[in-house]
Design a binder for this molecule. Structure first.
Ligand code: SF4
Length: 325
């Protein structure tokens, strides 16, 4: 049988694109883990799995990194079944059994609680997520997990940044790593550097058994939607612009903002010593050094939040430089 050369070329291109996508997601996840020292030797990580594309992607990549990492850490996948109507409860156990990962399904009917306490038509997410948070902390303790991994990605971090900016008058977002409000757990976001569109493509490639996220019947958050549309429009106009906004979140100059708690403006005095790197307050900003990071398909690292890397990070670099998948 004769092969169609056009078809073969298209298949080869697809194979290369998929390979690039997989390498990129693994590399950027490893970079984020290294930069923020998210996972250390001996950790037991509870990987929170909702059944959405992001958490499936996170689990998949963490399992790959676990096999390649020079350190030892455990993973346990955890799903909280909130008893939303129509939740297909067999999907996650079947999938998790098929990939051979230890897992726990926590059954808690938060859906009924939320429905009982929140009047019809009001947003349910705030109570729902508060209840979920408390349950997940308890489950982490019961399973002996010292780290809790959440599947938020680059675009979640950017959207939260703009929501805080526009509606809370604060410069803050969801950080890649934090200590939980009960003071007992480290919460990590290994996908912090990965853009959502890569996770969408990865879910398609891997054919994850996605569970729809609208089972609770919650109203869409209009503010979040507005910010997501704004970011999508900017991304279309220039992906570099969005990456640079993102990059700026780890290049902050407290002396050139206005927070008196972060910088001691009150006691600021001339030192009398010339400093070539000092502020040239009267010069207009020219952005002569403006150098947008490379386009997404580059094999170069897009983000480098690290200025100095520890031994652990050097070890992890070995798995970042993945040549063959
Ligand atoms: S969308 Fe539904 S499940 Fe998610 S936090 Fe809101 S109420 Fe809870």
């Amino acid at each position: 049988m004769q092969t169609n050369p056009l078809l073969s070329a298209a298949n080869e291109k697809l194979r290369q694109d998929n390979n690039k996508l997989t390498k990129r997601i693994i590399r950027e996840t490893a970079n984020a883990i290294v930069d923020y020292n998210m996972i250390e030797d001996g950790d037991k990580v509870m990987v929170c799995l909702s059944g959405g594309k992001d958490s499936y992607g996170m689990l998949d990549v963490l399992m790959t990194l676990q096999k390649r990492a020079p350190i030892k850490f455990e993973l346990v996948a955890v799903n909280l079944d909130q008893k939303q109507p129509g939740f297909p409860e067999e999907v996650l156990p079947n999938y998790l059994t098929s990939i051979g990962i230890p897992f726990h399904i926590e059954n808690q009917d938060t859906y009924s609680i939320v429905k009982r306490l929140i009047p019809e038509g009001k947003t349910t997410c705030s109570l729902c997520s508060r209840l979920r948070r408390g349950i997940l902390y308890r489950v982490a303790d019961e399973l002996g997990c010292n780290k809790i991994a959440l599947g938020h990605h680059r675009d979640d971090i950017l959207a939260t940044f703009f929501l805080n900016l526009f509606y809370a008058a604060k410069l803050k977002t969801m950080p890649p790593k934090l200590v939980s409000d009960d003071g007992k757990h480290t919460v990590i976001r290994p996908l912090a550097y990965v853009p959502e569109k890569d996770l969408m493509a990865y879910a398609e490639l891997k054919q994850f058994p996605i569970i729809p996220c609208n089972l609770c019947g919650s109203q869409e958050n209009l503010k979040r939607k507005e910010v997501a549309n704004m970011l999508r429009a900017w991304e279309k106009e220039s992906p570099k612009k969005v990456w640079n906004i993102y990059k700026s979140l780890s290049a902050i100059s407290p002396s050139h903002l206005m927070d008196r708690n972060l910088f001691d403006f009150v006691n600021l005095r001339p030192t009398g010593v010339a400093d070539e790197d000092g502020d040239k307050a009267f010069d207009a900003d020219t952005f002569a050094d403006y150098s947008p990071i490379e386009e997404e398909d580059s094999d170069e690292d897009r983000i480098d939040a690290t200025t100095s890397q520890s031994d652990t990070s050097h070890k992890f670099q070995k798995i970042i430089n993945i040549q063959k998948l």
